[in-house]
Design a protein around this ligand. Structure first.
Ligand SMILES: NC(=O)c1ccc[n+]([C@@H]2O[C@H](COP(=O)([O-])OP(=O)(O)OC[C@H]3O[C@@H](n4cnc5c(N)ncnc54)[C@H](O)[C@@H]3O)[C@@H](O)[C@H]2O)c1
Length: 293
């Protein structure tokens, strides 16, 4: 067992399966005590009555690590608060929050039902916001009491949210929102010792197995060493960044930037816009292709 995360406490959401499970095992292997959260839902978010987090806790304990089950729905504001509280009361504090839980209901935009939109936006966006909101308030309070922690948040975006993905309008909107939330949270929480970054993972899980040819796809555990390092005290100078991980390849995502601009110093006439805007568009790099386009 390494000591990279020795003495630190982590919450990993959606850690009963797939990528979250791999993160929980990796963080525990590096010495963190882990709250293994999972609501036990199906790929499309329906209840299954399963508690996959229990098996992950058993696996961590069998390897000599420390872990505890949490069954919260992370998008429920009160349950998210109780999850943060569980970490603090069980292990005496919280240092690391890995927001990972989520599900998909893939549809073309024009076929998307209102409840599909609401469910996917809720689980990803509110499911990131609620734990971050409660953990952030705890870290602010600790900082004000003179007990600033080297706190680390790792959110989970997606190539779908950064480059876009055909057939995943809602999911892409949610994952793009998570990238933007990461930028703002990093700025707001830095003064309390908190870094906030996001990963855009790739892995063969039940989420991708139904949608793509996954035979050559990266494994869930390929993502987790990067999360373990970002979660360490060593990573205090890295914040507000989005990192894509695909097997052994790590890519810094550069996101929206100001590109070519023209300032007339007065309001534009509609007739002037076409030629000028086309020139500006041609002067900048072409957008990256949307996945599936
Ligand atoms: N697999 C990929 O290639 C890929 C790519 C980009 C992003 N992601 C993102 O990575 C994360 C993990 O995906 P995965 O592929 O491991 O999926 P997965 O379905 O294997 O695991 C997700 C887990 O989250 C849990 N969960 C769902 N809703 C929950 C809720 N409200 N509260 C608590 N737990 C909940 C599920 O029960 C499940 O165990 C997701 O946010 C996903 O969008 C995955």
């Amino acid at each position: 067992m390494s000591s990279l995360l020795e003495g630190r406490t982590a919450i990993v959401t959606g850690a009963g399966r797939g990528i979250g499970r791999a993160h929980a095992l990796e963080l525990a292997r590096h010495g963190a005590a882990v709250v293994v959260n999972d609501f036990g839902v199906s790929l499309s978010g329906e209840g299954t009555g399963e508690s996959p987090a229990e098996a992950v806790v058993a696996e961590i304990e069998a390897a000599g690590g420390r872990a505890v089950v949490n069954g919260a729905d992370v998008a429920d504001f009160e349950q998210a608060a109780a999850m943060v509280e569980q970490a603090i009361t069980t292990y005496g504090g919280l240092d690391i929050l890995v927001n990972n839980a989520g599900f998909v209901r893939d549809r073309m935009l024009v076929n998307t039902a209102e409840e599909e939109w609401d469910a996917v936006i809720r689980v990803h966006l509110k499911g990131h916001f609620a734990p971050l909101r409660h953990a952030g308030a705890y870290w602010r309070a600790e900082s004000k009491e003179g007990r600033q922690r080297a706190a680390r948040v790792i959110n989970t975006s997606s190539g779908a949210g950064l480059q876009g993905s055909v057939g995943q309008t809602t999911y892409s909107a949610a994952k793009g929102g998570i990238a933007a939330m990461t930028l703002v949270a990093a700025q707001e929480m830095g003064r309390y010792g908190v870094t906030v970054n996001a990963i855009a993972p790739v892995a063969r899980t039940r989420m991708t197995e139904g949608a793509f040819d996954t035979s050559a796809m990266a494994l869930p555990e390929d993502n987790s060493p990067i999360v373990a390092w970002l979660a360490s005290a060593e990573a205090g100078d890295v914040t507000g960044r989005v990192i894509e991980i695909d097997g052994g390849r790590v890519t810094v995502e550069l996101g929206w930037r100001h590109g070519p601009a023209l300032d007339l110093g007065r309001r534009w006439e509609a007739a002037e816009v076409g030629p000028a805007l086309r020139e500006l568009l041609a002067a900048g790099p072409a957008p990256e292709p949307v996945y599936g386009a």
